[in-house]
Design a protein around this ligand. Structure first.
Ligand code: ZN
Length: 138
C-alpha cells in the first residue's frame, strides 16, 4: 500500500470565505501516483472546515446567511468563549460545516458525483492555516 501526505496552506484576507480546493486536491492525487484508494482532506484548525458541495455562488451566499443566523458573529460578548478572543461563532460554523471529507479514488481520479467539489471554509481568517491531504491505496 502507498501512502501520501501533504499540507495545503491558506491565508484568507477576510474573516469568512469559501474556496474551491478541488484542483489542489487533484494535483495531490496526481503527485501521489495512487490509482485505487481513499483520499482524506481535513482542516487542521477548529475554526475552519472542509466540505463537499456545489460550486455555485448563490448557494455560497445562502450558506453565509444561514450560518450567520445560526451563530452570528456579533454581538461578540454574547459568547462565553469570547474571553480574550472573538471567534466563538467560527467554532460553531466549523462544527456545522464539518472537519473533513473522504473521497474514493478510482482509476487515478477523485470519484465524485456530478456536481461535487471540495471546499475550504474559513470562519476566522486573516492568518495562515493548513489543510491536510492524506491519500492511501495503490
Ligand atoms: Zn476560539
Amino acid at each position: 500500500m502507498k501512502s501520501y501526505r501533504k499540507e495545503l496552506w491558506f491565508n484568507i484576507p477576510s474573516r469568512r470565505a469559501f474556496v474551491n480546493i478541488t484542483r489542489e486536491v487533484e494535483a495531490c492525487l496526481a503527485e501521489s501516483g495512487i490509482r485505487e484508494g481513499l483520499c482524506l482532506v481535513n482542516a487542521m484548525h477548529i475554526t475552519a472546515s472542509v466540505f463537499i458541495n456545489d460550486d455555485e455562488s448563490g448557494l455560497h451566499h445562502d450558506y453565509e446567511v444561514w450560518l450567520e443566523k445560526l451563530a452570528p458573529h456579533e454581538p461578540v460578548s454574547g459568547y462565553r468563549h469570547n474571553v480574550g478572543e472573538d471567534n466563538a461563532d467560527a467554532h460553531m460554523k466549523r462544527q456545522i460545516m464539518g472537519r473533513e471529507v473522504v473521497v474514493a479514488v478510482t482509476e487515478g481520479r477523485l470519484d465524485f458525483g456530478t456536481w461535487e467539489r471540495i471546499f475550504y471554509g474559513e470562519f476566522d481568517g486573516h492568518r495562515k492555516k493548513r489543510v491536510l491531504v492524506k491519500i492511501i491505496g495503490e
